[in-house]
Design a protein around this ligand. Structure first.
Ligand SMILES: [Fe+2]
Ligand SMILES: [Fe+2]
Length: 452
């Protein structure tokens, strides 16, 4: 079904995008487009001569507002959104002060990259098509709130804002979680995923020093448009009541084999297939790996070089995220033999501080692991294993690393990771705001080297 892109007629007031509350009620981009279509049909019907044509114009067809971080989030960010047609002019108005949506007052105007149409497969038939719009913001100031408004032709969003990463060593917080796929089949709403997203928004409202949302992969059932549009609509629920957007740092999961993942998290000139280092502050680096391509070879070599580079700076916190767990809570231990052979020795040699995993659909904390043994001094703690709304599984509690202080239990959750001055504090928070786990990690930099 082709959905017309409806611009308000020239000379009319451009209506604001629906309020935060209204956006939270939008079930999906498909519904938004369907509503637009219905309005278009109603407007096309001939009105009786005596009836004044006072039907207000439809809301602008902008959706899926989000911010993407990859490499240097103290300096750059990608603002992305979706339009139902290609359109001709797409810009982001940007300022370090709120201009309350008055476009002429914003100090910067950033032109978006060329629109990219989301791939439509035969199975996507019936889903309104979408165009990915991406505006790369560069030369940003660190630890600064940026207010922005999106304009696609005559459609204008409300004002959003996000905060860039600091370049200094101040403490920061990050939300980590994985596995937000269905669950109930389309078109049923994914209620658990929505609940987790609302929890994320509430946590950011309460703790403004939360900087980013690291997603460990498996966003939706497949990286195909009918599922992506659904996930992207639900992702808007992470936007706070005052329109703050939490930038996402994405990991590729095994459900993201289709090309829609690259379309959803596009970055121009990306040098690797989604393994990269994100400098979340002057003291914190999050390394994202891709567990769905070759574990050894180029990726392993890149990881080693990056860990050496990161460890040249003193006192850095280094955390990792990737999808398939090296120390699984549910799936077969042998599945991750390659990761334990090629990645884990590098983690241990370079004294990685925390590893975030996903895929098994479980809340997990491993015992601290060093050379495949429990080591409270040199061991690395692995958390996971994915609970952003995906149905949970049953853990295999016979595995040694899941015994105290490790554990695993099915529970939807997010991990709140606080990178402090002297320790990393990790909490797992459930849908009812219950504290599911908490522990602290000290730096291992003063411990004996791995070769001893
Ligand atoms: Fe997975
Ligand atoms: Fe999964």
């Amino acid at each position: 079904m082709q959905i017309p892109f409806l611009f308000p007629a020239a000379g009319r007031l451009v209506p604001a995008i629906p309020s935060s509350g209204a956006l939270r009620r939008i079930a999906s981009f498909a519904l938004l487009a369907a509503a637009l279509s219905a309005t278009a049909f109603a407007q096309s019907a001939p009105a009786p001569a005596s009836t004044p044509t006072v039907t207000p114009p439809p809301p602008p067809a902008l959706a899926h507002f989000r911010v993407l971080w990859m490499h240097k989030p103290s300096q750059e960010a990608m603002v992305s959104w979706t339009t139902p047609v290609e359109g001709s002019s797409h810009v982001v108005y940007l300022d370090t002060e709120s201009r309350k949506g008055k476009l002429a007052d914003y100090k910067q105007k950033v032109t978006a990259l060329p629109p990219r149409k989301y791939t439509m497969l035969p199975a996507d038939a019936g889903t309104p098509e979408g165009w990915a719009q991406n505006a790369l913001l560069q030369n940003l100031q660190p630890a600064t709130t940026y207010y922005f408004v999106i304009q696609s032709d005559r459609a204008v969003s409300r004002e959003f804002h996000f905060v860039t990463a600091p370049a200094d060593d101040r403490p920061i917080k990050v939300i980590y979680g994985g596995d937000s796929r269905r669950g109930p089949p389309l078109p049923q709403p994914h209620l658990d995923r929505r609940s987790v997203n609302r929890l994320i928004a509430e946590l950011v409202e309460e703790q403004p020093d939360i900087l980013a949302f690291a997603h460990g992969g498996d966003y939706c059932s497949r990286a195909e448009w009918r599922f992506l549009t659904d996930w992207l609509s639900d992702h808007e629920l992470t936007i706070t009541k005052d329109s703050r957007i939490l930038p996402i740092v994405p990991t590729r999961g095994n459900h993201e084999s289709a090309g829609g993942f690259d379309e959803m998290f596009y970055w121009p000139g990306r040098e690797t297939p989604y393994y990269y280092a994100t400098e979340l502050s002057g003291r914190v680096t999050l390394i994202t790996l891709n567990s769905n391509i070759s574990i050894a070879g180029d990726q392993r070599d890149w990881l080693e070089a990056e860990l050496i580079r990161q460890r040249q700076a003193p006192n850095k916190w280094i955390a990792l995220q990737y999808h398939r767990p090296s120390y699984a809570s549910v799936k077969a231990y042998q599945n991750a033999a390659q990761q334990r052979q090629h990645w884990v020795p590098l983690f241990e040699q370079h004294k990685v501080d925390l590893v975030c995993e996903a895929d098994d659909h479980m809340l997990k904390r491993s015992a601290p692991i060093y050379q495949d043994r429990h080591d409270p001094v040199r061991g690395i703690t692995y958390i996971g294993d994915g609970g952003l709304g995906v149905p949970q599984r049953i853990p295999d509690l016979t595995r040694w690393y899941l015994k105290s202080p490790g554990f695993a239990t099915p529970a939807h959750h997010v991990h709140l990771i606080e990178f402090g001055r002297d320790e990393i504090h990790v909490t797992a928070i459930g849908l009812e705001r219950q504290l599911l786990d908490q522990f602290a990690v000290k730096s291992k930099l003063g411990t004996s080297p791995a070769s001893e």
